[in-house]
Design a protein around this ligand. Structure first.
Ligand code: AMP
Ligand code: ZN
Length: 701
């Protein structure tokens, strides 16, 4: 999305193509969202597509499509529910993201009504509830139908389901003969968490956020399922009426409240733009503690006669504006800082937050990186966040983009509790109580308890059975934790003696039983044969990632040669030490880490016990004469998309090629990615073969 040209630079032809693509993408997103209750793109992405579409349409009004997404509200109703034609269509709202959009909106309203700047003009401001809208029709005080919005014209009949929602009265007294009440059906955070826990327990699907949970719960063909789901409803609007409710929005909502509907307590009447913005900020500040999701503030012209004069554009009223909160950020309270100990002993601080929905996902944990980050400085000691530190009890801004782990971006000092104290990073490990050290020049603190530290042991075991390592099916993180606590598995070798020691126990155990225990033991047996590179990676030695493990394994070929070399190089000197350091792709850090690991007697013993259980497969020596690039000289240029430069170089060298930095007559291949420049040109002039990344991968297999 970021690479699209600015709208001003589009040619009409490009605009036509992009409008078509946007219409298709938005239609697809609408269907996934409304019909399957399973969004495929985030709200932020959706809004971005809509904005882009609107911007292109504004620049090329003549190219606007008959099926333009800006004319549509949601998707057509799904096929499974009976249809209800709304007596008056349900509207959508014009969105605003910037504060400056608010005075512009007010000015537009004034101009439309021809009201001078000093004539009074009141607006209501209220939270925009992030649920799904529902229209309830009452005739003679009885609820006769309930319908979802769907495309705004025709909705789905969910009357039996709506009757199960406690906030929705079945009968009203003193209501107009015909009264359509509109509002938002939603689920509270607490009910959402409890529902997901129950679903997970029952092995049923869980929901990404409270809104999906509400939609999935309301749109059930079996109303008894809806009845078991804790749905809520806020009334904020109306449709067809046989008699007016009041003269103003404020009074009309008060009337609905008097009739027995839940209305939002944060709604306020504002008489100036400043008051509207102040209300917006006040509501945003309370967002995390409301207990339900809101995604903005809605302003509405208060006088209903003025609303009538302002009327509607195609699907949005001219008298209302939805001022949205930022999609990627939210402020919430930092409840605690926990320290997690990783397999290498690294201590990572994790923020525990008051749950808040950011970009459609409920966030309750965020990374705090390290002690310096919490203290408000970077690893060089320079201030970050202008030096503001982060304390338990602070209100913080959480940032989340795409799938990355949420981060704490900033802290609001104006909301800091008076009795707060600076956070003290622990000087002992929270799990084993060993001392914590920080190596010079490193930002990370490490637990020195290595072998006695249960946290490190468990994390090492989890790593040992993970995907790129032993990958033992049925032995995931949860099972490892349980077996560790039990004392059944304390080190990798124990995995391979588990059946002999505890086979009978496990077969008879709750939630395991004969079959899954049998499967687990079979999966373990299948992994007794393991290639050398996977074994090295599985040990979880610092700096020895998958690529490094492969390089080293290819060099030594067999466990025997590898183990002997590590032993011989233990003092960081001599021929074997030099050989290890000379392997292309092995730096001094990795070499030292490998050798030191095997120098440690406890590690050596544990590895010996493990190796006794295994049949370790040799790894083909590199530069095998069968390699198509053995002895060739290769130059990489431009951007590689499938791997980093470093990895590409390591792989080429492992296959016996020489990687050079510049092109000459002796170069055999130039691998050119996008953005390649002078080197590709030189290759062309010298007649050197030029390969794309794809060609290259095909060549090396
Ligand atoms: P949008 O879906 O972004 O076009 O926003 C319009 C929708 O916001 C309406 O259809 C309602 O479902 C929803 N909404 C939530 N809270 C309110 C509110 N307080 N007033 C009006 N609409 C609201
Ligand atoms: Zn420890």
């Amino acid at each position: 999305m970021t690479t699209r040209p600015p709208v001003e630079d589009l040619s009409p032809q490009q605009a036509i193509e992009e409008l078509a693509a946007l219409a298709a993408a938005l239609d697809r997103a609408n269907r996934a969202y409304h019909q399957a209750d399973a969004p495929e793109i985030s709200d932020a992405e959706y809004d971005e597509l809509k904005r882009r579409n609107a911007a292109i349409e504004a620049r090329f009004p003549g190219l606007k499509r008959p099926d333009s997404p800006s004319e549509q509200v949601g998707a057509a109703p799904s096929e499974t529910f009976a249809k209800v034609r709304h007596a008056r269509p349900l509207y959508s709202l014009e969105n605003a993201f910037a504060e400056t959009d608010v005075p512009e909106f007010v000015d537009r309203v004034r101009r439309f009504l021809n009201l001078p700047a000093d004539a009074p003009l009141a607006f209501t401001a209220e939270p925009k509830i992030d649920g799904l809208s529902l229209s309830l029709r009452y005739e003679a005080g009885r609820l006769v139908s309930a319908a979802t919005r769907a495309d705004g014209e025709v909705g789905e009949n969910v009357t039996p389901n709506a009757r199960t929602i406690p906030d929705i009265p079945a009968r009203l007294s003193g209501a107009p003969e015909i009264l359509e009440v509109r509002g938002e059906c939603y689920m509270s955070h607490a009910d959402f968490a409890a529902l997901n826990a129950r679903q997970a327990e029952a092995g049923a699907r869980t929901f990404a956020n409270p809104r999906n949970a509400a939609a999935g719960s309301l749109r059930q063909l079996d109303p008894s399922i809806t009845a078991a789901r804790p749905l809520r409803f806020f009334a904020y609007a109306w449709g067809e009426l046989s008699a007016p409710l009041a003269d103003t929005q404020t009074a009309a909502i008060a009337r609905l409240a008097a009739l027995g509907f839940a209305t939002n307590p944060l709604m306020a009447t504002c008489t100036s733009t400043e008051e509207m913005l102040a209300r917006y900020r006040a509501i945003e500040a309370q967002r995390a503690t409301l207990g339900y999701d809101i995604d903005g503030v809605v302003y509405k012209v208060d006088r209903l006669d003025l609303q009538a004069r302002l009327g509607f554009r195609s699907t949005t009223p001219r008298w209302a504006l939805a001022h949205k909160f930022s999609a990627e950020r939210a402020s919430t309270r930092l409840e605690a800082i926990d320290i997690q100990v990783g397999r290498t002993g690294a201590l990572s601080p994790v923020a525990r937050l008051l749950p808040v929905t950011v970009g459609g996902v409920v966030v309750q944990n965020a990374t705090l990186h390290n002690a310096d980050y919490i203290a408000g400085r970077d690893s060089k000691g320079n201030p970050i966040r202008e030096g503001r530190d982060i304390r338990v009890g602070d209100w913080v801004t959480v940032f989340r983009a795409g799938d990355v782990i949420p981060k704490i971006e900033d802290v609001d000092l104006s909301r800091r509790p008076a009795d707060s104290v600076p956070y003290r990073f622990p000087d002992t490990c929270p799990v084993c109580e060993s001392d914590v050290v920080r190596e010079p020049g490193e930002a990370v603190h490490y637990c020195t308890g290595n072998l006695i530290c249960a946290a490190q042991a468990v994390e090492k075991l989890k790593h040992f059975v993970s995907r790129g390592a032993f990958d033992i099916e049925g032995l995931g993180a949860k099972a490892i934790e349980a077996f560790f606590t039990e004392g059944w598995i304390r080190e990798p070798a124990d995995i391979f003696t588990l059946e002999a020691r505890h086979g009978a126990d496990l077969r008879g155990r709750d939630r395991w039983g004969e079959k899954s225990a049998g499967n687990l033991f079979a999966a373990i047996e299948a992994r007794r044969r393991i290639p050398l590179d996977r074994l090295i990676y599985a040990l979880g030695i610092r700096h020895a990632g998958e690529t490094a493990a492969r390089i080293v394994a290819r060099h030594y070929g067999s466990w025997g040669r590898f183990a002997a070399a590590m032993q011989a190089a233990r003092d960081h000197e001599g021929a074997e030490w030099a050989e290890l350091n000379d392997i292309s792709g092995v730096g001094e850090t990795l070499a030292g880490s490998l050798v030191d690991y095997f120098h440690e007697p406890a590690n050596r013993d544990a590895v010996a016990r493990l190796v006794a259980e295994l049949a370790i497969g040799d790894v083909a020596a590199p530069a095998a004469s069968g390699s198509p690039i053995a002895g060739k000289t290769v130059v990489f240029t431009g951007t590689l998309e499938r791997m980093t430069r470093a990895e590409a170089k390591a792989r080429a060298e492992a296959l016996g090629a020489k990687v050079a930095g510049s092109v000459s007559a002796r170069t055999d291949y130039v691998v050119a990615g996008p953005g390649a420049g002078s080197k590709e040109k030189a290759a062309r002039e010298l007649g050197v073969a030029i390969l794309s990344e794809e060609d290259w991968l095909a060549l090396i297999g």
